[in-house]
Every structure is written in structure tokens, then in C-alpha cells.
Design a protein around this ligand. Sequence first.
Ligand SMILES: Nc1ncnc2c1ncn2[C@@H]1O[C@H](COP(=O)(O)OP(=O)(O)O)[C@@H](O)[C@H]1O
Ligand SMILES: [Mg+2]
Length: 261
Amino acid sequence: MSDETLIKCSNLECRYGNYIAASNVNFQLNRGDYLCVVGANGSGKSTLVKTVLGLQKSYSGKIEKAKNCRIGYLPQQKAVQKDFPASVFEVVLSGNLANKKFFSFYTKADKENAMKNIKKLGIQEFVKKSFRELSGGQQQRVLLARALCAASDMLVMDEPVTGLDPTVTDELYTIIRNLNAVDNLTIIMVSHDIHRAVSQSSHILHMNKEQLFFGTSQEYMKTEYYKQMQNVETCSTHCQCDCDDTCKASHIIMNHHHHTS
Ligand SMILES: Nc1ncnc2c1ncn2[C@@H]1O[C@H](COP(=O)(O)OP(=O)(O)O)[C@@H](O)[C@H]1O
Ligand SMILES: [Mg+2]
């Protein structure tokens, strides 16, 4: 790994028992890169992300990370988590726990870090509210602020805009682009929105259980994979169904644009 490389995966294969969910994964990211992970539902995107983060232990191959690389993570959301009975400030503050080795109390620096990220995401007015009172878009901002408490080097997000309306989606994409462009945060984002993926990111990783493509977004746009993806619309971009890990099979609509409005 070179000095600027933050993460490098070589011949990575991720399994659940005998089932291979992701294979032949080879990519590397330098500081400031913005990677979008694309592919159909069930293609191994979440598994790959969790494995890279060290949350999923069953793999072979090599995962190298830069020393002291601080990574924040916004997991794919499930409906139940939206009903979390804590204040916005508590939710953001708990992001600091990601970098503590043992249970310990929050420090003054943790609280300042939480407030800094609350301001960055423009959610000061909700600080005292209960998380579950907020709209979906507001909740995602809170969870993004939480992830940022742990992320001085890299931010990993798994479908952060799924189920949100177009205006809120635009706002979140702008926030993410600025975190990359202004704060030089390295980004890994699982996304269903292929148009935004290629226009915002520097790199694309296309999964279909095995890795089909890794390279720059410019290179990706010349491939057949990109052409195929343009014909795939997922329900998450057009309707408000709460897609999550348990809801997979019926959500890819090939060559068919359906609008619910
Ligand atoms: N905890 C698990 N145990 C067994 N199989 C799983 C588990 N999580 C996901 N899978 C399977 O692994 C495959 C990839 O899932 P996932 O990584 O969630 O895909 P994606 O995020 O691209 O939709 C799917 O076939 C899924 O059913
Ligand atoms: Mg997933």
C-alpha cells in the first residue's frame, strides 16, 4: 500500500457458511476518493461493506487499512430502528463510542465533536427532540451526524437515501458531496441511483455476487454494465416502500419506469 492508500482489498471473498455472497473483490482507495458500490439487490453490496469494516468475519483474501484510519458507518436502515427512544443529541453523541476500546463515559471532547457535526448537518433545532418524532429525512441527517463523530478519515454509507423524497435526497447528496470535496473525507457509499453515482463519485465498484467492475466513474460509463444499469430502476428511487434487508426479490423492475405520483 502506498502512503495515500486508505484501504485495499485483494482477492476478497465473503461467505455465509458455504454460501459465497461476494467474490473476486479487488479495489483500493486513496484519501479523498469517493466510491459508489452499485449492483442489484442481493448482489453482495452490504456484505462487502460490512466485511471491509470488520463487522463480518467470514472471508478469505486480504483487507489492508491505513494505520489509525477512523471510519464512520451509516448502516442500511430497517424500519424498527427508526423508532429509537433517545434524544437527537444522545443519538449523535453515541457515534463517539465507535472509537472507544472499552466502555467509558463521554468526554467534553466527545460532546464538542457531537455539536460540531450537529451544526455541520444543520440539525441544531432538533437537538432536544426525540429521534422517533423526526421525519425520515431528518432522521437520516441525525444518523449521518452520528456516523461523522467516528469518521475523521472515511465515511461508509449503505443506501443512505432509500425511502426519502426527492428534495431530501438532493439535500443529502449535496451534504455528502461537500463532505468529500470540502472536508476531503473518503467516501464509500452503496447506492441505487446510478445517475448520481456516476456524476458524484470518483470510482465505481459494481457487484453481482462477484466483482464485475472497479475503476473510475469515467471508465465505468464506457462499459456495458453502465448501459444495463441505466435500464434498471429500483423501487427505492420511485416509491416510498421501506426497502430493507428483508425485502428484496420484487424490487428490481427491468426496463420499466413506474411513477407513483
Ligand atoms: N446474515 C446472513 N446470513 C445468510 N445469508 C445472508 C445474510 N445476509 C445476507 N445474506 C445473503 O447474501 C446475499 C447478499 O446479500 P447483501 O449483501 O445484503 O446484498 P445487497 O446489499 O447487495 O442487497 C443475499 O443472497 C442474502 O440473502
Ligand atoms: Mg444491502
